[in-house]
Design a protein around this ligand. Structure first.
Ligand code: 13P
Length: 250
């Protein structure tokens, strides 16, 4: 049985005071659910968030990680720096980073590899655009996003990784994939991993992301291959985020 996982990606939202209120609110009201709960604040807020969640069940992650261990990479944050502030997870290959900063599969794989080397669990984010879905190339696109990482980092690294499927057409649009649409792609991802390592396929957590809300979380989490969710907008509100987390109950 795979453990459930809910990740809040704050993106470049909220200010310092709201960030503190949000994290304190989550910790204060976090229900006893048999699943892990993670927040990924902007880099600047990570030290404060980490300090506030010491000795709680809430876990801190980051929204990205540098593709290199150290050196002259202005504006980047390394895996070892993230580890100093107790970051356990790092999102790599989010579609917004692929789109606005031109991260291709190779750069994503290098970020992924740095996470692994730093002892941070990479959340490898995959996803198709609406045009790709209409053309029927969803599986092809997602497979390439994963296979390019396997080529560079090796399949064994997936013992320590999470994969997410976040279709671009569902992010921030209010248009969620149905449970069946999400399940179809997550099942495909698990079969792809199974073709390389049945052992990893059985245990790897695969998440869905894209307009996840308290209203649709239960239906998504009921799907056999959906082990958890990556939440954007709804993770900025304590109540919504904890309702999504509570969807694991029952
Ligand atoms: P929304 O939940 O706002 O659609 O964002 C999803 C996402 O990109 C999480 O990484």
């Amino acid at each position: 049985m795979r453990r459930g996982l809910v990740i809040g990606n704050w993106k470049m939202n909220i200010n310092w005071h709201s960030a503190i209120a949000l994290v304190d609110g989550i910790v204060a009201d976090m229900p006893a659910v048999n699943a892990d709960l993670v927040v990924c604040p902007p880099y600047l807020y990570i030290p404060e968030v980490s300090a506030r969640i010491t000795d709680t069940r809430l876990i801190c992650g980051s929204q990205n990680i540098a593709a290199h261990a150290e050196g002259a990479y202005t504006g980047e944050i390394s895996g070892s720096m993230l580890r100093e502030f107790d970051c356990k997870y790092a999102i790599v290959g989010h579609s917004e980073h692929r789109k606005y900063y031109a991260d291709d599969n190779v750069v994503v794989a290098k970020r992924y590899r740095q996470a692994i080397a730093s002892g941070i669990v990479p959340i490898l984010s995959t996803g198709d655009s609406l045009a790709q879905r209409k053309q029927g190339t969803t599986f092809e696109v997602v497979a390439k996003q994963i296979e390019d990482v396997i080529d560079i980092a090796g399949i064994d690294s997936f013992h320590h990784a999470v994969i997410s499927y976040e279709p671009l057409w569902a992010i921030g649009t209010g248009r969620t994939a149905t449970g069946e649409q999400a399940q179809e792609v997550l099942e495909f991802i698990r079969r792809l991993i199974d073709s390389k390592s049945p052992e990893i396929a059985e245990k790897i957590q695969i998440l869905y992301g894209g307009s996840v809300k308290p209203e649709n979380a239960k239906n998504l989490l009921a799907m056999p291959d959906i082990d958890g969710v990556l939440v954007g907008g709804a993770s900025l509100d304590t109540d919504s985020f904890l309702k999504i987390y509570s969807s694991f109950q029952n």
